[in-house]
Design a protein around this ligand. Structure first.
Ligand code: UDP
Length: 251
């Protein structure tokens, strides 16, 4: 698998199906690997944050979640194969896990959201086992206890939905002491799985307009929508400066 660099953030060159197969393999190996799903906001934050770039670099899979990352990749001639929205990736993984009775732990979002997401996921994917849930508003002193609680639940998959950069830094920091199959940092996915935030209709999603749909529903997200021209501009500057790199990953 090739990795490419978009404004300092490493992104894997892989298809949706390829990412799912790799993730299922990693889950079975249980070596605590983690998946990141960089969108425009994450890539722009990583540009100014060595710690976030390091956390992204440490990911076993880095999937391009947004249209902005794809456009930036194109401008930089970074050969990104496909956009892989984190939420679609998670939904497909869960559907593959369910028939085998695999276990998922849902961490993140406001109190009660993960439990509601758990109910919805059990209904959507019969056979799936909810190993545990926890809200995403804990302080650093509670981190050890949280890791122990997750380890005791022994999930095959841990969804870490704490927003960026908290979720990426948290997975990077805790990867070595977590005994889980695989982790994935998925932003607002639990709000969507719980039904609190509706997903855009399929057509909007297909056209890469999910961000516009969310903006129309939640105008306070305007500060995120304006990131699209920012990433395009940053990619154009970077191309002019000749920054670009692609390489073969070891695993
Ligand atoms: N969140 C959390 N802990 C925090 C900050 C945020 O659990 O300390 C949750 C927040 O409640 C939301 C998610 O992280 O469920 C971030 O969602 P957002 O829509 O910002 O992420 P996106 O999907 O746009 O990356």
């Amino acid at each position: 698998m090739n990795r490419t660099l978009v404004l300092g953030a490493e992104i894997d060159v892989i298809s949706f199906a390829g990412a799912i197969e790799l993730a299922l393999g990693m889950m079975n190996e249980r070596r605590g690997a983690y998946v990141v799903t960089p969108n425009t906001e994450i890539v722009l934050k990583a540009k100014n944050s060595p710690a976030l770039r390091k956390a992204i670099r440490g990911a076993a899979l880095s999937l391009p979640d947004s249209v902005g990352v794809m456009i930036a990749g194109r401008i930089l001639k970074a050969p990104i194969e496909a956009r892989i929205p984190g939420i679609d990736f998670a939904a497909e993984l869960l559907s593959r896990m369910a028939p085998e009775g695999k276990r998922v732990f849902l961490l993140g979002a406001k109190e009660g959201v993960a439990a509601r997401a758990a109910e919805a996921l059990i209904a959507a994917y019969p056979g799936l086992v909810i190993a545990g849930t926890g809200n995403g508003y804990f302080d650093s002193r509670e981190e050890i206890a949280l890791v122990e609680r997750i380890n005791a639940a022994s999930p095959d998959l841990l969804l870490v939905c704490l927003g960026t950069p908290k979720q990426e830094l948290w997975m990077h920091r805790n990867a070595a002491r977590l005994r889980v199959g695989l982790m994935a940092g998925l932003g607002g996915a639990l709000d969507v799985f719980s039904g609190d935030v509706p997903r855009a209709p399929a057509r909007w999603r297909r056209d890469g307009l999910e961000w516009l749909y969310r903006l129309l529903r939640e105008p306070r997200r305007i500060n995120r929508a304006v990131k699209l021209p920012l990433i395009v501009f940053a990619a154009a500057c970077s191309r002019i400066k000749g920054e670009r790199k692609t390489w073969q990953r070891e695993s």
